[in-house]
Design a protein around this ligand. Structure first.
Ligand code: GLU
Length: 498
């Protein structure tokens, strides 16, 4: 048997360090066994998936040195590797289950589902809906079908009993069928859900080992049942521990940068970031902290993964990156790495249009653009002093802008400006005053280029990190204040036009 593993990102945002972490362990496992590693794009959620996101995911995985043997860009014998290009086959598989009585058409409306769930809740039962809950009388189904009502295809699941899942790290996991609902397999628009597409593709792509994050454990019973329904052998499952913030909560962009683009912009070497990800829950047999990709693959053993939640700590990463910079690069290589990072044509050409009209000499460039080539800025509370705003207003602007940008998924300067302008209006501040603390947080001064362009260039995670840094300096809200502000902010946001 040839070992075949895969990583299956959904292209719905910035490339996540968690994706790279899972990819690394799949790649290491495949290489250790002389097998293959596949990259599949799971873009069945057509409203959230974008080509731009897919491109940045592929680019940043490649930047890290995670190479795949088959994928949407390199092709392979099991293509296409983008689920949106495989959608007809999922429908056939769903129909097969319907014909065999293992799945059914469900005409229930969203309102009816709410009522059904509420009823179960009232009875003190789990809200997972079963076929017996969802069943409509035959004539009602007929009527809805004749009227062309939308329907989904759902899988049948046992009402009770225990589902036993084998896991390479956890031994056996037992999950109660009563908590598993009749999962939708095909949506009313004919697109498959993650569960159907994932199982079908893992089978057709001959995946032997599924190494994925532990957040998928609860999906495993549905997947196991689908393999049984289709009569296919299930790959071995391995659920990796989730990356955590230093406070042990699940790694989230509200608290920590999660985008690989941020770590790139911050000036971490890909070798160091990959090395650090390799240390997430895993260690070398001799416990050495610094190791290359090759050394990791040569010494890899999945059984050395420990299940305690690995902490993704930027300070530790910086320490490791420092070792790589100091110990592994000749001065020439260092110069080359710096040039590649700061002075590569792609990045420079984003900066030049902003600064060219504002300088008299080339020596003016570095002071003006320095903040675009920096990490966290060296700021003091007094830097935020401004006649147009008192301290309370400054703190509120930084916090509200930070909350607003936490949820912003369209990171383009016009969009950012439109959103922030609405916020300034809702806070009853002149845009000029409102922008002052943002200028200081992002650029360290307001005598500089457009702050919207700067945020667009720096990207979401660097922008958010600088706003959080600024808030720490001026003093973020106390617990009580935070609650009050949050309420106010939500009320404002509810009025925003999209
Ligand atoms: N598309 C899923 C994700 O975004 C893949 C999960 C899996 O590996 O099964 O993480």
């Amino acid at each position: 048997m040839t070992v075949r593993t895969r990583v299956a990102p959904s292209p719905t945002g910035d490339p996540h360090v968690g994706t790279a972490y899972i990819a690394l362990f799949n790649l290491a496992f495949a290489r250790q066994h002389g097998g293959q590693f596949i990259l599949r794009i799971e873009d069945t959620d057509q409203t959230r998936s974008t080509a731009e996101s897919e491109k940045t995911i592929l680019d940043s995985m490649r930047w890290l040195g995670l190479e795949w043997d088959e994928g949407p860009d390199v092709g392979g014998p099991h293509g296409p590797y983008r689920q949106s290009e495989r959608k007809d086959s999922y429908r056939d598989f769903a129909m097969r289950l319907v014909e065999e009585g293992k799945a059914f058409h469900c005409y229930r409306t969203a309102e009816e589902l709410d009522v059904l769930r509420e009823a179960r809740r009232a009875e003190g039962k789990h809200t997972a809906l079963k076929q017996s809950d969802l069943q409509l009388p035959e004539d009602e189904i007929e009527q809805r079908r004749a009227a062309g009502a939308p329907y989904v295809v759902r899988m049948k699941v046992p009402e009770e009993g225990v589902c036993v899942i084998g896991d390479m790290l956890r031994g056996t996991i037992e999950l109660d069928w009563s908590q598993v609902d009749c999962q939708i397999l095909l949506k009313s628009d004919g697109m498959p859900t993650y569960h159907l597409a994932n199982v079908v593709d893992d089978h057709l792509m001959e995946i032997t080992h599924v190494i994925r994050g532990e957040e998928w454990i609860s999906s495993a019973p549905k997947h196991k049942l689908l393999y049984e329904y289709f009569g296919w052998e299930m790959p071995q499952l391995c659920h990796m521990p989730l990356l955590r913030n230093p406070d042990k909560s699940k790694l989230s962009k509200r608290k920590n940068p999660t985008s690989i683009l941020y770590y790139q912009r911050m000036g971490y070497l890909p070798e160091a970031l990959l090395n650090y990800l390799g240390r997430m829950g895993w260690s070398m047999p001799d416990e050495s902290e610094k190791f290359s990709r090759q050394q990791m693959f040569e010494n890899f053993d999945i059984q050395r993964v420990s299940l305690g939640g690995p902490i993704f700590d930027q300070e530790k990463l910086s320490w490791l990156n420092g070792l790589w910079l100091r110990e592994d690069l000749t001065p020439e290589q260092f110069a080359q790495a710096y040039q590649q990072w700061a002075l590569n044509p792609e990045y420079l050409m984003q900066i030049v249009p902003l600064i060219q009209q504002r300088v008299e000499k080339l020596s003016d460039v570095a002071p003006l653009a320095g903040f675009l080539l920096s990490g966290m800025l060296d700021l003091e509370a007094s830097d935020f002093d401004y006649k147009g705003l008192d301290l309370e207003q400054t703190r509120r602007v930084l916090q509200f802008a930070s909350w607003l940008l936490d949820t912003e998924s369209q990171w383009h300067k016009d969009r950012l400006f439109a959103q922030l302008k609405q916020l300034a209006g809702a806070m009853e501040l002149k845009i000029r005053d409102f922008l002052y603390p943002l200028f200081i947080a992002i650029a360290g001064t307001n005598q500089t280029v457009s702050v919207m362009d700067s945020m667009a260039i720096l990207g979401p995670d660097m922008t958010r990190a600088r706003l959080r840094h600024a808030l720490n300096i001026v003093g973020g809200p106390s617990k009580k204040e935070g609650k009050r502000w949050d309420k106010e902010f939500r009320a404002m946001q509810a009025q925003f036009e999209d």
